[in-house]
Design a protein around this ligand. Structure first.
Ligand code: EPU
Length: 338
């Protein structure tokens, strides 16, 4: 186990924000976690688990011991009558894993192609896109508790998945490290094409019975057209969650802004498009310091080059205030501010 000190985290967060880790340890196995916990000095210190760095805003140097998850490996676990079970190490790149499953002829994750980040981070915020959420394909995961060093396997109910939420953002926040995740890919495969952008692709191409690879290509095209590539422009995907409001609140807002983009939810509430709200407040393309609002999708905040975390936070607060001022809605950030 190699202990590194004074490590720049700039290459390890997709926003490209500057911050140093006082101490960083690369975790390649469960045993590595236990080695850190048993270490005479590191064992006692607070820990910070870092995945792909695609869901954090670093505003300061990190004094906790950074555990950078680099557990690798992908495998087919088993074939059941109604599904394939596949597994990947927490340190695997999410998109590469999705591509690998398709290469194996095992579809089911294609709607979530090109989401930045790692496999281990995917359950933390229950990633989702184009009508599919991680929880819809989740089987179980292995984690190590950071206080006791005990390993555990968590099934779907134990993870308490919600919209961009899970037990790992709530009671287990900062308390465990996810080493491996298993996915359930249902048989027979059925395309999920209900999302407006995918319906448009079907209409454009005239293909109404696409293959998994076709859906994957469409999702990649849609994302590339409206979301910035973190390798080119620093960002953390959607910066705010889409707010959920009551039918009365929704009616009230529609009364004032008939154009508002809203989706009915199964429980009778409505989800509003945060990107639309921010756009309506005139933020698209605007900046505060070196942090800006992406020109093609107002829900995405970007680093225009050399931004620091404080600039991103200042911009986010200014957006929250103007959306609250006009619509009376409090936007909740998706990434974790450190
Ligand atoms: N819109 C605007 N102006 C904008 C941005 C969006 O009017 O500047 C409108 C769009 O026209 C559309 C609606 O808002 O009618 C929704 O936009 P979009 O379809 O792009 O999806 P989103 O709600 O902005 C969510 C997820 C994304 C996910 C897409 C596709 C959240 C917070 N975001 O975005 O997830 O890729 O749906 O499923 O739920 C992420 O979480 O990081 C992420 C990128």
């Amino acid at each position: 186990m190699q202990i590194e000190t004074g490590v720049s985290l700039k290459p390890y967060n997709t926003f490209g924000l500057p911050a140093l880790a006082q101490t960083l340890v690369r975790i390649e196995s469960d045993a590595d976690v236990r080695r850190v916990l048993d270490h005479p000095e590191l064992g006692k210190l607070p820990k910070f688990v870092l995945g792909g760095g695609s869901n954090i805003v670093l505003t300061r140097d990190v004094s906790q011991v950074v555990l950078k998850v680099e557990v690798k490996g992908r495998r087919i676990v088993e074939e059941r009558a109604d599904a394939w079970i596949v597994e990947a190490g927490g340190g695997e790149n999410w998109h590469d894993f999705v591509t690998w499953t398709l290469d194996q002829g095992l579809p089911g994750l294609e709607n979530m192609a090109l989401i930045p980040g790692t496999v281990g981070a995917s359950p933390v915020q229950n990633i989702g896109a184009y009508g599919v959420e991680l929880k819809d394909r989740f089987e179980s995961l292995d984690a190590v508790y950071l206080v006791t060093g005990r390993g555990a396997t968590l099934d779907r109910p134990s993870c308490r998945f919600g919209y961009r939420d899970s037990v790992f953002k709530q009671s287990l926040a900062g308390k465990s490290l996810i080493t491996r995740v298993r996915f359930r890919l249902p048989k027979p495969w059925q395309p999920l094409l209900g999302y407006l952008d995918l319906e448009r692709k079907m209409a454009e191409t005239g293909q109404h019975a696409p293959t998994p690879r076709q859906v994957y290509d469409w999702v990649c095209e849609i994302r590339r057209a409206k979301l910035p590539d973190p390798a080119v422009v620093g960002n953390a995907g959607s910066f705010f969650k889409n707010p959920v409001v009551t039918v009365e609140q929704c009616r009230d807002i529609i009364g004032r802004d008939p154009e508002i983009v809203h989706y009915p939810m199964p429980d009778g509430s409505f989800k509003l498009a945060a990107g639309w709200l921010i756009d309506a407040c005139g933020w698209k393309g605007k900046s505060i310091g070196r942090a800006g609002v992406y020109e093609k999708q107002a829900l995405v905040l970007i680093n225009r080059g050399g931004a620091i975390g404080a600039e991103v936070v200042t911009l986010a607060r200014a957006i929250q205030e103007s959306v609250y001022g006009r619509f009376g809605i409090r936007l909740e950030p998706e990434p974790v501010v450190v």
